[in-house]
Design a protein around this ligand. Structure first.
Ligand code: G2I
Length: 375
């Protein structure tokens, strides 16, 4: 079921914000709020602080780590959104053709629901972490395998995922298409085929294109921008662009916010999807602050996900890129992010009829003039 252009806001987004509002209330009640500046209030966890401006603050997790007490306690205390670091990828979910394994993903969803957290889905189609049987396919066999995979995975989790990374990392640095097996075998149309299949399998999810190296206005983000513009013009069901943001303390962030804004201005939601920043101390904290401030300054930025939360389990094994150290102690960067979230303008203007906040929505959605998903 596709939404028509007369729908003021797609159902999926309303559901997302209702969930965040509920978490905000729980979070504030559980942790207490600190009054300051007379009228404003500051929350003392990342999720509760983000929720005050209608946003989420999430983390990638390994569901197999939920049994570790400190890991689960920190997760439950701080975050109102989760994504699987590996467990919803193609190799994990369909190791043999047509034989699906949802054990890790189901465990994640169950945990998220028990804690009132949103769930991001990562990722339906990617050139990496394809099971061996996919790598040998050609032509229409590969096309059908991709469509069946999307139908199987997005269909299984339908109604439980707030945003799906439908396609991951399909562009080169110069803004051209990555010459993956998908691109070479299926041609330029494969990305829109994937989005249409995801829309059919889970009509309520926010459908994202996700990539790295898009941390400013550059050739790669220009290429993605042109694709999104074309998809929106032709009614291809894309709702969102994810900016992974694997960064270092000295990364050039001079056009980071401007880049988010130009995508939001197109009429898609923007999300920071895999944030981690190498380094330590105040240099690292300042870079985290800059990224967080950019998201909260852009009305269409729905939230931030960090790619793991404790340095104990970062994929960047030789670095310390996350907000908690290996002993689950808050780092300087944690304080910088919390402060930036708390400094955001509160949700309020443009609340929807059901009372949930919609201040993150691009103007075109609030005014009902968006043409995306108009097929
Ligand atoms: O590379 C960082 C991220 C870039 N964007 C897409 C993300 O999906 C990607 O995540 C990383 C995970 O953090 C790693 O944990 O993706 C890697 C695979 O490309 C993940 O690494 C893999 C190892 O390569 C495997 O050897 C291992 O079996 O993790 C697997 C599960 O632990």
């Amino acid at each position: 079921m596709s939404l028509t252009s007369s729908s003021p806001t797609p159902r999926g987004r309303r559901r997302v914000r209702a969930s965040v509002a509920a978490v905000a209330t729980v979070g504030l009640a559980a942790t207490g709020v600190i009054a300051f500046s007379g009228t404003a209030r500051a929350a003392d966890t990342l999720g509760a602080a983000a929720a005050e401006s209608g946003r989420y603050f999430g983390t990638a997790i390994g569901p197999h780590l939920l049994g570790e007490a400190d890991y689960a306690a920190t997760l439950n205390q701080e975050f109102n959104s989760v994504v699987a670091e590996n467990d919803m990828k193609w190799d994990a979910t369909e190791p043999s053709q047509g034989q699906f394994n949802f054990s890790g993903g189901d465990r994640l969803v169950e945990h998220a629901q028990s804690q009132g957290m949103e769930v991001r889905g990562h990722t339906l189609v990617w050139h990496a972490q394809q099971p061996g049987w996919v790598q040998g396919l050609t032509g229409d066999s590969l096309r059908q395998a991709m469509l069946d995979h999307i139908d199987g995975v997005a269909g299984h989790f339908a109604g439980q995922i707030d945003s799906w990374d439908v396609v991951n990392e399909a562009f080169e640095w110069d803004g051209s298409r990555r010459q993956s097996n998908l691109q070479q075998q299926l041609g330029d149309g494969w990305i829109e085929e994937a989005f249409r299949a995801a829309d059919a399998a889970d009509p309520d999810a926010t459908l994202c294109y996700n990539d790295y190296g898009t941390d400013g206005i550059n050739a790669k983000s220009d290429g993605i921008y042109r694709m999104v513009e074309d998809f929106l013009a032709r009614g291809v069901p894309i709702d969102c662009v994810g900016f992974q943001s694997h960064l270092d303390s000295n990364s050039d962030l001079s056009s980071y916010q401007q880049n988010l804004q130009r995508f939001a201005d197109l009429g898609v939601e923007v999300q920071i999807t895999e944030l981690d920043i190498g380094g330590s101390g105040s240099a690292q904290a300042n870079a985290y602050r800059t990224v967080t401030e950019a998201c909260v300054a852009v009305q269409g930025c729905a939230g931030i996900t960090i790619w793991g939360f404790t340095d104990k389990y970062s994929w960047r094994a030789d670095d310390t890129p996350l907000l908690f150290d290996t002993n689950y102690q808050k780092k300087e960067a944690y304080g910088a992010v919390l402060d930036a979230l708390n400094a955001a303008a509160p949700a309020g203007d443009g609340d929807q009829e059901d009372g949930t906040a919609s201040s993150y929505l691009p103007a075109a959605w609030r005014e009902g003039t968006s043409t995306h998903r108009a097929t």
